[in-house]
Each structure stands twice: as structure tokens, then as C-alpha cells.
Design a protein around this ligand. Structure first.
Ligand code: SF4
Ligand code: SF4
Length: 91
């Protein structure tokens, strides 16, 4: 599973590249992911205001889903990496 960026939706703002913990997104006019280095954390999708990021092979999941074990739901509801900044992220 890796992040996929829609060229038609991407505005080239660069937020995803700034937040990516693996530093695998480059932006010239549009964002491009080096999929060999992507760790599938989902940060880029979380910050993208344009809805340009999707995840290849990702099965949509809600933490309120009643199927599966509680442990499985908790684990799937967590991101693997978190990175906090001292201030608000601006556009
Ligand atoms: S945050 Fe979204 S719109 Fe901005 S560069 Fe990344 S993919 Fe493109
Ligand atoms: S999923 Fe994570 S590692 Fe992969 S491109 Fe997005 S922010 Fe970077």
C-alpha cells in the first residue's frame, strides 16, 4: 500500500511534502511520491486540502465498524507515525 496523488486534483501547495516523515514526496508543479520509500502512514492524505491523495490497496475502514475484533479495530484505527509541530500548519 502506498500513497497515490491525483495529478488533476493536486494544487502543488507542498503541504504533504513538508509533513511526510519518510521525505518521499517531491513537488515541482505537482506532488510526486517515491513509492519505494513510502511507509503508508497516511499523513499526506490527512493534510491534503484538495482531496488529491488516496491509498493504493487501502480498504476503507471505520473505527465504528462492528465487524472484526476490538484489537483489530483499534490497531487499524491508528497511524503508524505521528509528527507534531509546535504551531499550526499554514497553507
Ligand atoms: S497537499 Fe495535496 S494539493 Fe498539496 S501538494 Fe500535496 S497532494 Fe498536492
Ligand atoms: S503515506 Fe506517509 S510516507 Fe507515504 S507519501 Fe504519504 S506521508 Fe509520505
Amino acid at each position: 500500500m502506498s500513497a497515490v496523488i491525483s495529478e488533476s486534483l493536486c494544487t502543488g501547495c507542498g503541504l504533504c511534502a513538508r509533513i511526510c516523515p519518510a521525505k518521499c514526496i517531491s513537488v515541482e508543479e505537482k506532488a510526486v511520491v517515491n513509492v519505494s520509500r513510502c511507509i503508508s502512514c497516511g499523513h499526506c492524505g490527512a493534510v491534503c486540502h484538495a482531496g488529491a491523495v488516496s491509498s493504493e490497496g487501502f480498504k476503507a475502514f471505520s473505527v465504528h465498524d462492528t465487524e472484526g475484533s476490538d484489537v483489530e479495530r483499534i490497531l487499524q484505527g491508528k497511524r503508524s507515525v505521528r509528527e507534531f509541530l509546535p504551531g499550526a500548519v499554514s497553507n
